[in-house]
Design a protein around this ligand. Structure first.
Ligand code: 5GP
Length: 192
């Protein structure tokens, strides 16, 4: 997605050889117009797969998952990192290692919001080592439902998540694929 790549070029900050900061439009402040276009891009690629639900992980996955769900005309569900007191009903739980925080989180989804008949599109902001997406996919499997695609806003293709997910048979669409972050510079795969 050209607009996204241009935005990363102008506003992205390389924190280290492995981490990109995009707080000004994706991870803290959110650009609604750009996020709406992300939703359109995901819906245009995955639109013919009879998706019934879009699934993401709080918090930064929510805006692109919401716009994708809006375009597809289906509900969006976000996994919670903490189980609130109000979540008394049966919940699916999975352990996910957080790349940015370097800790293991439990993620929770109320069983009422994921049925065996669901055809699920997983969306996340970043793909690094694939832990978040695999954790969500594992819950979908526990529910007896099907993952019909995985949409990622920014894939760091030099980390192994993309390969892991594709080798596991998932169809992954990433709107921007980063080849490297070395020397404080963002290089994209599509611009080779
Ligand atoms: P994974 O589970 O694929 O290892 O990492 C994906 C998750 O870690 C995303 O949900 C995202 O929140 C976070 N993440 C991974 N790499 C980056 C990065 O370079 N920058 C930011 N801001 N978040 C990242």
């Amino acid at each position: 997605m050209k607009k996204l790549i241009n935005r990363i070029k102008t506003d992205g900050r390389v924190v280290s050889d492995g981490v990109l900061k995009v707080d000004s439009f994706l991870n803290h402040q959110v650009d609604p117009q750009l996020t709406a276009e992300m939703g359109k891009a995901f819906a245009s690629y995955f639109g013919n797969r009879k998706i019934t639900k879009v699934l993401t992980l709080e918090s930064s996955g929510i805006p692109p998952a919401f716009t994708a769900a809006m375009e597809l005309g289906v509900p969006m569900v976000f996994a919670k990192k903490q189980k609130p007191m109000t979540m008394k009903e049966d919940v699916w739980v999975e352990r996910v290692f957080s790349f940015t925080k370097q800790i293991e989180n439990e993620i929770h989804i109320g069983k009422a919001f994921l049925a065996a008949s669901d055809r699920v599109l997983i969306i996340d902001d970043f793909l690094a080592h694939g832990e978040a997406a695999l954790g969500l996919a594992s819950i979908v499997k526990q529910a007896g439902a099907e993952v019909v695609g995985i949409g990622i806003v920014i894939e760091k293709a030099f980390q192994e998540g993309g390969e892991k997910l594709r080798n596991a048979g998932f169809d992954v669409l990433s709107l921007a694929r980063i080849k490297s972050l070395t020397n404080q510079q963002v290089r994209f795969i599509d611009e080779e």
